[in-house]
Write a protein that binds this ligand. Sequence first.
Ligand code: FUL
Length: 697
Amino acid sequence: MKNVLLILSFFCIIPIISGQELVKSPEAFGPLPTQKQLDWQEMESYAFVHFSLNTFTNKEWGYGDESPQLFNPTALDVRQWARVAKEAGLKGIILVAKHHDGFCLWPSAYTERSVKNSPWKKGKGDVVKELAAACKEYGLKLGLYLSPWDRNHPEYGKPAYITYFRNQLKELLTNYGDVFEMWFDGANGGDGYYGGANETRKINTLEYYNWDETYKLIYSIAPKTLVWGIGPSEARWIGNEEGYANETNWSLLRQKDELAGKVHYTEFMSGHENGEKWVPGETNVSIRPGWFYHAVEDDMVHSIDKMVDIYYQSIGRNSNLLLNLPPDKRGLINEHDVARLKEFSAIINADFKTELLVKTKVSADNIRGNDTKYAAKTVIDGDKNTYWATDDNVKTASITFEFDKPTPINRILLQEYIKLGQRVKAFTVEAKVDGQWKTIATETTIGYKRILRTNRVTASSLKVNITDSKACILISNIQAFNAPTFVRTPEVKRDKNGEVTIKSEEGNNIYYTLDGSNPSVKSLLYTEPFRYNKAVEIKAVAINKAENRSSSITRAKYGISKEKWKIVTASSGDLNTVNRTIDGNPNTDWSFGSDSNKLPQEIIIDMGVLLQIKGFTYVPQQVGNTLNLIANYEFYTSTDTINWTKQSEGEFSNIKNNPIEQLKFFAGVKARYLRFVAKSAVEKGQTVSIGEINVIE
Ligand code: FUL
């Protein structure tokens, strides 16, 4: 018997320990997650709460001179935040305890700029404390955001501020129980109040904060806290604020290069295959355009399509999701956001309602040492600690699931056993349909979790082929679902001349209205583009003919069309190019200014008629990595091009991280001519771009 075992062990790499056969466990490969990071990845999604003076001043970034007296919520109820988060399936809440304007939501002993000098609870309140208690009550974890940049502090930029910053960190990390994540935002240095200096202060983020020391402090008082953001962090920004990771997404990062300033932030969307540290991605995105609540955005809460895409493009692409739910002036998460969140979680729950592989017969073409411990069926046993493994030299392998009867499928979920490293570089999925294997997905990384949305196939078998891996393959979970058909909302576009185009997926009918009523099958059926140049709200719905399921309703509001709009002058550029700023298409742009033709630069537009307007919007260039963003602007109106009135000036706060349409409101005015001045560019550039200028009527 012993001889037989010895021969076997020679072929199967089975060492023999006191007469028992044991297959060698797979070895770890590459950088590994810590237990803290593993626990954090399992949280998957949590809420972000931006609520501060900005909520009351209607800003995205406060300058630092706003009075704490303005913080006066009428019905602040942090338990409502916790309830809403819990009901949506979120696992925690990260509260912005101090944003860039320096106002603190807790009564910090180190400043007067806090809730203690606000009318809320007569200065006796502490939002952080209340939220910590609410999180406990609802079984949620608490995280905190402390802005390193402080536009109020007189010593910002000097060593004294670092002491202040660390003192505040100590307060937050010792007085409120466990903090699962500490969030350090990257926006740093620029103009501000700074105790009345009203100046621009630039700092070198990596040097000024001495992150090594700051991190040491954090870990000495709060070892359970995971640190996100700048410095030698344990999790990384996903490189955009729109809510998506790249399909290829490594939880690894060349952090040394990053700390040496050699990594462009867009690389965060995919991580680095050859990164030397485990630094998984976190996708932070707001449920509406801004991070803070603005009543004008009640109509702009992300569509259900966008929300569902966010889910699949963050959690479904190996990233955590940090979803911002900004409370309104009352101190409550607004009804619009709550409604969308409910719709969103209902769809996600329905998508993953019934798992279909659990009852299949599973087999794999390679199983480590033929040991049942690493058998194919471990991927459907619901145990995250068991996994299908291949032999050490096997980096391509297939796992097959056979159904009792042909079964419709359109979602596939895969998880690697990441405790031993992220390995898979490429894989495909095949479905056996009517006796024929058909490739339904060709993909790259998996990581902690990857979810694929595929067209529905009715398969008698399903096969996952790992086609490339850094080391032997370790997969802990594979699932499949048949999510209800999701009918995407139709896309409505109107060009400069008022031509309306409505698009939807093939196989759908589109119905629309022009009178503000909700469309149904009894409304106008869209067959081809039509012209409508008056002010209008177009509402459209798509109906999937085969299943009679309808989409949500698209609402598109327009003023009178830009048919009569003309460029009067522009400080540089030829007219054809400048015209792109008013062509109704934000994806075509005009870039202007240069080292020889320095900012400020301006453009004058004739709307062709006198219009009552109450604001304007600026869409920057929409494609590329260097979007040439305007940082500071002035906006004037006139009825005759001779007398101009300045209606608005200031900054496009946070445009660098979130280069979306910027809305600026002013008191209503009658105007025919618009003058938009680009005063300065983000990152001291000299070139800026305009994708589109619109007015708000
Ligand atoms: C950005 C900040 O500047 C925004 O105001 C917001 O807090 C967002 C989450 O991070 O970089």
